[in-house]
Design a protein. Structure first.
Length: 179
């Protein structure tokens, strides 16, 4: 169960750093909503999954990672400048939930917002229901919108070529929250 978090971490075991090596976390994004997703991660030798509960608005991002039996693995909040997280003792110390937020932002945030956060030489573009993240012209991540939707794509596959994993993200529920 905990293996998915290392997969979402964009870093292979033994190379996980304290901060995401990829892109910085983008600003929170409205409207206010609560999203529940099943995230399955696949590597060459295993497959793991978890439930993610994400709350978003223009002021913050909050995410809880849960086992399928409902056990809390981590909680994370981000207010646009500070990330605060707590973790279950069951979660390996090498796992950083910030990486999961970054993967989800690569999938769901508008390209213009992401592009403004990327370091020099990094580029994100979208063509025919796919997104690509390249670094110095080399494809690092490919995102395929299996079930495209202009508001929030319901089924998405993310392939990370750099760290050799695939995420299958299925939105279970998507609800607007009154502010």
């Amino acid at each position: 169960m905990l293996g998915i978090l290392s997969g979402c971490a964009l870093m292979p075991t033994g190379q996980v750093s304290d901060k995401p090596e990829s892109m910085p976390i983008a600003q929170p994004l409205g409207p206010s909503r609560r999203i529940v997703q099943q995230i399955d991660a696949v590597w060459a030798d295993r497959k793991e999954s978890l439930l993610a509960v994400l709350e978003l608005d223009a002021r913050h991002i909050a995410m809880a990672g849960l086992s399928h039996s409902g056990l809390s693995l981590f909680n994370l909040t981000y207010d646009g400048s500070t990330v605060v997280s707590d973790r279950s003792p069951l979660l390996a110390e090498s796992v950083n939930p910030e990486f999961i937020i970054i993967d989800l932002q690569l999938v769901y945030w508008p390209i213009a917002i992401l592009q403004n956060k990327l370091p020099v030489g990094w580029r994100i573009e979208e063509v025919d229901n796919k997104r690509y993240l390249t670094v110095n012209g080399k494809k690092q991540v490919e995102i395929n919108y299996v079930s495209p939707d202009p508001v929030w794509p319901k089924v998405v596959e993310l392939v990370n070529f750099r760290y050799n994993y695939r995420l299958h993200i299925k939105t279970i529920s998507y609800d607007f929250i009154s502010e």
